[in-house]
Every structure is written in C-alpha cells, then in structure tokens.
Write a protein of this length. Sequence first.
Length: 202
Amino acid sequence: MPRKVEQFGQGAGEKMPMRGLLTCVFVWRMVEAMRLDSARLVELRDQLRMRGSRASISPGSLPESGPSGLPSAAVRAIVLRVSPICEVLYLLSVADGREDTSELELLRGAVRALTDGALPTHEIDGMLAFYAAQLRERTRAERLEQVAALLSADRNDAEAAYMLAAAMVIADGEQESAEHAMLSELRDMLGIAQARARDLLD
C-alpha cells in the first residue's frame, strides 16, 4: 500500500482548511430537506456522477508535494477531514456485493466536491484502494461502526454523510434492499432520530 494512504480515516480532530470547509457547507445546503425520490436529490446524484465521470488533474495553484510524494499539508488535511464521509459512501457502494460504474462515478464526484477538486483521479483511486484493503482485513460492520463513530462527533458531518449516503442509494437508479438496510443502520449509528431523518429527506 502506498504510504500516502496509510492514514486515511484518521485525524478526525484536524480542522479543514477554509476552502474545503466552504465546499462541505455548499454540499450540505444542497442535500438539506430531500427525499430519496425528490427531484433535488436526483439532481445532486446526477451532478456528482457527472463530476465523477471526468478525469481530473491537480490544480496548478496547489502547493507542490514534498520529497516523499505526499500531497501538500493543506491538501492532506482536507483528505483526512473528509475521509470518513468518503468511506461511508464506499461501504454503501459495495453493500450489494458488487461495484457499479454509476456508484463509482458518484463516489468520485463526492470526493471532488468535498475537496473542492484538490485531488487528481489517481489520488482518489488511492483512497478507494485503501478502503477496499480495510474491508479485506475487517468486516463491513466493523468499518461502518468506526467511521460512523468519527462522524457522529459532529452533527453537520453526520447529517451531511447521511444525505450523501441517500444519494448513493439511488446512484444506479435502483434501490437495493441491502443499501436501504445499511442506510437505516447508518442513521442509527450517527444518532439521527427518525423524525430528523424524515425532515432531511423531505
């Protein structure tokens, strides 16, 4: 495993640089007050899939990587900050036992939205490879519990993760029972009451 992804999912206490924080606020506002069948949720899904389907390169304005090849400190702080949300989406994408192109596009699009396009495609793929490696060593339930524990410490993170997870459930236009079950399980782990979840999805 490349050194640059060894610690993904850690550093939950680190603060996100302002650019990444503003992007998370933007995504959060987009997903407020939606239902799984709402036009707005479908629009979010389509926008994320479109963003995830395109190859990307590192923005030229980013600071250069260090000698180790790791991203700059600012970029890495963003990655560590959003990794729990991204891993939740990955776990949902494989909940039905298969990897779907539309779900992968949505996942990549979500990473790009949450990091304000700071990561090139190969860095995103490195994150996904790390999540896959974690699943080879631990069960899905164990990983979900770990990342949900990180997210539940912040209400905005928890609710944003839940809403993006809802978009993932409809990523391929089909709503699998396994994915719905995991979404409900995630809601409980995040400490989101049913009434609040209904408000978020309506």
